[in-house]
Design a protein around this ligand. Sequence first.
Ligand code: ADP
Length: 362
Amino acid sequence: VRGRLQYSLIHSAGSESGKKMSNIAVCARFRPLSTKERRDDGDSICIQCLDSDTFTFKDEKEGNSTFTFDRVFYENSEQAQVYDFLALPIVQDAVKYTNGTIITYGQTGAGKTYSMEGPGILESDDQKKGLLPRVVDGIFECIKSSKNANKYSVKLSMVEIYMERVRDLFDLAKDNIQIMENKSQGILLNGITEVSIKDPGEALQSLASGVANRAVGETQMNITSSRSHCVYIFTLQQELKKDNRSRTSKLVLVDLAGSEKVEKSGAEGRVLEEAKSINKSLSALGNVINALTSGSSVKANHIPYRDSKLTRILQDALGGNSRTALLCCCSPCPSNAPESLSTLRFGARASHIKASPRVKCN
Ligand code: ADP
């Protein structure tokens, strides 16, 4: 529990009105205005930076709201800063056998995939590399510098959740993976492909092939990646020198489907079904977060993880048996203010999740 407590102190998470202690690190990131936004709306933005963790959000309808998060990354923030603050502590703990989860949330076009992958998984410009390639480097660096293990193995799986079906991105034939729960190992994806990774280069190649498979599957289904959730799972196994026993931890990264509301009037057929499915899973995520932040539900163990595939997969992560970070990605453009405000409120709510007694830290 010591590690978790230190983490809480460093990440004194926030809310819409002020700082609160919490066990999930919540950050907001505003991307630069796009060319289209500049052309249509000029250079005005709806945020006023007050500090590295606090800003005022201006909305025509709702007026001004001040948000405080663990950290706010403004338009000129660098990918390395996001990694160092949000992901590195989680990677370091994953190598010390604590599960970790990093989630990007926001409307389509807000910068989730840019933050997660960078312009591409195989991006050669160091500055532009996203969280995933940095996490890969971080895992191997931390393992090398940790002197505790005789042997270690790193495995990678990638799945996509579309219309409540879990597809294996390393084997598209496995298009309806079942989620199971095991007392000792927690949530498991039955029959999922696990690729053994020996070094960062191999990991990047596998990630790139999973991303390419995602595009193939989506072309076959005629959908875009913003309509599905993408989940990257690193399984770290180490045999410790002190007792020769094996320890396993999971590091899960999730690039969520766009959180925007699809207009009810226009949507029909599959687009409507898609919207309902995304809405259902993101609402389920919100409900799980609400339940986790209301003391009575936690005590009564009434957390509705089973309401969607997404929340079931994230059960261990959100339930506290994990260090979790949420990156709320937003456009700074006033025309996107309602969606950005909804994203920021989601983040503010999530920042109140408390650690469960199941948290394991060395
Ligand atoms: P999402 O995954 O949320 O749908 P993307 O990550 O695809 O959004 O971002 C939309 C566009 O904005 C892309 O062209 C991306 O390159 C650009 N972008 C997003 N975030 C940034 C950033 N921090 N710096 C520069 N460009 C960004």
